[in-house]
Design a protein around this ligand. Structure first.
Ligand code: TTP
Ligand code: MG
Length: 346
């Protein structure tokens, strides 16, 4: 049957979770961002569809959102809860294929090529499972590759299901704005507009030489291929971490060295343990210190040989801590192991 890639993206994710746990908010214009106070600094994480009607959108300053929609309900970000819901959803997806690329808190690609059920059946079961376990709706796109499936999941939001085949490219993809393509950000969009290109169809019909001249070999060629719906990139199912870290916030801000040392010891133990589990050693140990209320500093030290030993991590972090002149009380401590390497087996 060929390759079948499914892309799932939750609808108004953070806002939908808040609506679900506070039924009195259902259908109301709600905005999630920062500490939930539109008079403080911070940006909009997301807005419910009712709030989007007022022009409120992600990444907009909260104060601007308030000007557009003073009657909107502003709520703080509860990241912990959203991560919990996210993992419930990812677990449901994995029941339909072991090959999943996790690309964000509320979206993922799933390779369903080897699943014997029809695309409609799989999508229907995923939607029902997500609804049952979380009460939320998602939008799903299914297509022969990642590029098209991501476009598809966005086409009938919210609670959408779009199945695209190669033959649909001219009718359904070409009318879309070029910026909808993966890899076309604001900069590329502007450059395309200068070339008189605003839709994916116009991009497809532009000679590839012209694109290569403007964007260079690799990006120019990519844009041409993408506009024709071509993409054979594999799902990335395993990421090597760039760093391993752990942090802790004190119940009460403190400058008591005994308490601080104990916390560092625990953090170093945890980071060391996780390094060992992944068979990593780290060249750089970074200490993070937050003084009350929001003043954060980091201090990195690079070692002469890499380590995953908790006592050594603790020693480096402690020497960094002692470099801070002890005056202010500390709210949070963190240790991050960076520049990881996998020592080859002996
Ligand atoms: P999106 O999937 O981009 O948005 P959404 O799920 O809120 O709405 P849609 O129905 O259009 O998919 O992002 C998922 C979550 O990620 C979103 O609920 C909040 C968070 N987020 C931010 O914190 N900042 C941002 O700039 C964006 C785009 C998202
Ligand atoms: Mg979403």
């Amino acid at each position: 049957m060929g390759r079948r890639i499914l892309h799932m993206d939750m609808d108004a994710f953070f806002a939908a979770i808040e609506e679900k746990r506070r039924p009195e908010l259902a259908g109301k214009p709600i905005v999630i961002g920062g500490r939930g106070d539109p008079h403080q600094r911070g940006v909009v994480s997301t807005a419910s569809y009712a709030a989007r009607k007022f022009g409120v959108h992600s990444a907009m300053p909260l104060q601007v959102a308030y000007r557009l929609c003073p009657q909107c309900i502003f709520l703080p970000v509860d990241y912990q809860e959203y991560v919990r819901v996210s993992s419930v959803i990812k677990k449901i997806l994995r029941e339909f294929s072991p090959v999943m690329e996790d690309i964000g808190i509320d979206e993922a690609f799933l390779d369903i090529s080897d699943n014997p059920e029809s695309s409609e059946e799989i999508a229907g079961k995923i939607k029902a499972g997500v609804k049952e376990k979380t009460g939320l709706t998602c939008s799903i796109g299914i297509a022969p590759n990642k590029l098209l499936s991501k476009l598809a999941s966005d086409m009938e939001k919210p609670d959408g299901l779009t199945i695209l085949y190669k033959k649909d490219i001219q009718d359904r993809i070409w009318p879309l704005a070029a910026r909808k393509l993966l890899g076309v950000g604001p900069k590329t969009e502007k450059a395309l507009q200068e070339l008189g290109i605003s839709t994916i169809g116009e991009l497809a019909l532009t000679p590839v030489e012209k694109l290569v001249e403007r964007f260079g070999e690799s990006h120019g060629y990519y844009l041409h291929q993408a506009a024709w719906g071509k993409d054979d990139s594999p799902l990335v199912t395993h990421w090597e971490p760039k760093s391993i870290s752990s942090e802790t916030t004190f119940q009460q801000d403190t400058d008591d060295l005994k308490i601080l040392k104990k916390a560092l010891g625990m953090l170093a133990g945890e980071v060391g343990q996780r390094l060992k589990e992944g068979n990593y050693k780290a060249w750089t140990i970074t200490l993070k210190v937050r003084f009350s209320p929001f003043e954060t500093h980091t201090r990195s030290k690079t070692l002469s040989f890499p380590t995953n030993a908790a006592p050594r991590i603790m020693g480096v972090a402690l020497s960094s801590l002692l470099e801070f002149e002890g005056k202010k009380k500390i709210r949070l401590l963190g240790i991050r192991a960076e520049r990881l390497e996998k020592p080859s087996a002996p």
